[in-house]
Design a protein around this ligand. Structure first.
Ligand code: FMN
Length: 197
């Protein structure tokens, strides 16, 4: 089996976003493991219109190059870590919109979650778990939740993740579970492809 690739997907694009900090923090912890290649996917680099394809990509293949470029990038990965903000108790619209352009690319691949917000982004994470099931992803159990105190400490108090050392072990737990599902599902997909060949 080739080394798995994991996409770390950001959910927000606004100029003063916090998103870059948790994404980089998770990527740095993950990179030390050597068990997969972890790549950040920044939706700023994939500007997409409000969903305007002629139909669901489940039934109507995309034709627009910008939309296809995003779908191809997502399809490169064997698993995903969604680093999500919580806007109005749910998934930021920019991420939800981007995911409407996806269908087969995420088939039988695991999705793990890092949430941040007043209650650790937990409402957004729960909504995202339900959303990714429709894209045939397998949502995992152990998420990372960065709640109000560390979020405000970092946004306004000049603090960093090192000041909240109880958070890093939750990343390891999340990554351990994600690694198991990534290997197992990748092996399953490859077995089926080999049978079909
Ligand atoms: C439009 C908007 C709605 C928000 N709604 C929530 C919310 O429902 N729950 C929450 O915990 N934080 C909420 N927040 C605060 C965010 O947690 C905080 O601004 C965070 O930094 C947003 O992520 P970002 O910086 O990556 O955009 C909201 C922020 C914005 C801009």
């Amino acid at each position: 089996m080739t080394k798995p690739k994991i996409g770390i997907i950001l959910s927000s694009t606004r100029e003063t976003r916090f998103a870059d900090r948790p994404a980089k923090w998770v990527q740095d912890i993950a990179n030390v493991r050597g068990d997969a290649d972890y790549e950040i996917v920044d939706l700023r680099e994939y500007p997409l219109p409000f969903f305007d394809a002629v139909g669901s990509p489940r039934f109507v293949p995309l034709t627009d190059e910008a939309q296809l470029r995003f779908a191809r990038k997502i399809g490169e990965f064997d698993g995903y870590i969604f680093v999500t903000a919580e806007y109005n108790h749910t998934v930021p619209g920019v991420l939800s919109n981007a995911l409407t352009y996806i269908f087969n690319e995420t088939d039988r691949k695991p999705a793990a979650f890092v949430g941040y917000g007043a209650v650790g982004g937990s409402r957004a994470v729960e909504h995202l778990r339900a959303l990714v099931v429709e894209l045939s992803m397998v949502p995992t159990r152990f998420a990372v939740h960065i709640n109000m105190e560390p979020l405000l400490g970092m946004l306004r108090g000049g603090k960093d993740f090192a000041d909240y050392d109880y958070l890093a072990p939750t990343v390891t737990t999340m990554l351990d579970e994600l690694a198991w599902y990534t290997r197992t599902l990748k092996a399953g997909r490859e077995r089926e492809l080999a049978k079909a060949a």
